[in-house]
Design a protein around this ligand. Structure first.
Ligand code: IPM
Ligand code: MN
Length: 366
């Protein structure tokens, strides 16, 4: 297969973890005889300082012309971020416009922790049991993130408003993706909402309940988001399956899930649109550890696996990467975010060493 990939390295640890992801991409490319053309383009806070925009026009063009976009995390240290006008900060000025431009409505965030790696989790191993295998599917271009925003007058009665709106079609299309996924995996679907309080959630539940009728083979259950947050810690394996979430609730629970499995460094992410998609690490740019070669590249490398599977329809290549990633962990290698002294047999390694080991596993497997 020949494809053009846009690479947005982003800020902080972005370039370091992207480097490892590209290394792994190259190993798969050679092994399977693909040809990828990589087009690097600036994106994020540093792009604002260098180009005057966190999502410059030339980056938009590079993305428009690419088959898939691979995006690193964005954001610099607080003091530099404070020097950027609010509308040019990377969240508002780059990430949301990227999502909107390609209408990337379905965000896949797999939450995986095999029982063998239960010690990564801050939760007791008997609670992790056989392991956690949840696919969180988050609606990514609707709801409160994209509603009208009002910041009231600076004097008198001060107030602010964020509107939350969901149309039937916005809910339907992401729910359909989630049910199809549950069929594919032969698992249940948990529909998360706050229908006891929010009108948008009542509507969300109504629409999803309705769609569930068309999937009698998928065990379907609705859960209030606060209860889901509790279950995720108290009995995460109970949620094994597909979890469907709206934008804001999905943002919060996906980070919580990262905590449950031991690190946000274990959270890859794919943002799927009707025509174009991007993959990313679900975590931030960690400016405090940037340049030290200690960041965990798993989320970024896992995002390459998601790209093969979700964007290029090459599941074997994806599986090759997952197997290699878990093989590295099973040999006791970890990056600093996962290191615990209670497990003396763990060997803490650098970002580059981790990428090298993943590549070695891919090359060694026949
Ligand atoms: C995420 C991030 C983004 C979000 C931010 C950076 C805009 O937290 O992808 O989860 O809130 O969606
Ligand atoms: Mn988030």
């Amino acid at each position: 297969m020949e494809k053009t990939l846009a690479i947005l390295e982003g800020d902080g640890i972005g370039p370091e973890i992207i480097r490892e992801a590209v290394k792994v991409l190259g190993a798969v490319e050679r092994k399977y005889g693909h040809r990828f053309t990589l087009q690097y383009a600036p994106f994020g806070a540093q792009a604002y300082f260098d180009e005057g925009s966190p999502f410059p026009e030339k980056t938009r063009e590079t993305c428009d012309n690419a088959d898939v976009i691979i995006k690193g995390p964005v954001g610099l240290a607080l003091e530099e971020m404070n020097r950027i006008p609010p509308e040019h900060r990377p969240e508002i000025g780059a990430i949301l416009p990227l999502r909107k431009r390609y209408d990337t409505f379905a965000n896949f965030r797999p939450v995986r922790l095999p029982g063998k790696l239960a010690h990564f989790s801050p939760i007791r191993p008997e609670i992790i049991g056989e392991g956690i295998d949840i696919l969180m599917i988050r609606e990514l271009v609707g709801g409160i993130y994209f509603g009208a925003k009002i910041e009231g007058p600076a004097t008198g009665m001060r107030y602010a408003t964020d509107e939350c709106t969901y149309s039937q079609e916005q809910i339907r299309r992401v729910a359909a993706v989630a049910f199809e996924e549950a069929v594919k995996r032969s698992c249940g679907l948990f529909n998360i909402h706050k229908a006891n309080v929010l009108a948008t959630s009542r509507f969300w539940k109504e629409v999803v309940d309705d769609i569930s009728q068309a999937y009698p083979q998928v065990p379907y259950q609705s859960l209030l988001v606060d209860n889901a947050a509790y279950q995720l810690v108290r009995n995460p394996a109970r949620l094994n399956g597909v979890m469907l979430l709206e934008n804001m609730q999905g943002d919060i629970l996906t980070d919580q899930a990262g905590g449950v499995i031991g690190s946000l460094g274990l959270m890859p992410s794919a943002c799927i649109g009707p025509k174009k998609s991007y993959v990313e690490a679900a975590h931030g740019s960690a400016p405090d550890i940037a340049g030290k070669n200690i960041a965990n590249p798993y989320s970024m490398i896992g995002s390459i696996a998601l790209m093969f599977d979700r964007c290029l329809n090459l599941p074997d290549e994806a599986e090759e990467i997952w197997l290699a990633l878990f093989a590295v962990f099973e040999q006791g290698y970890v990056t600093q975010d996962l290191a615990q002294d209670v497990h003396a047999r763990q060997k803490t390694i650098s970002t580059t060493a981790f990428g090298d080991l993943v590549v070695e596993h891919i090359q060694a497997r026949s």
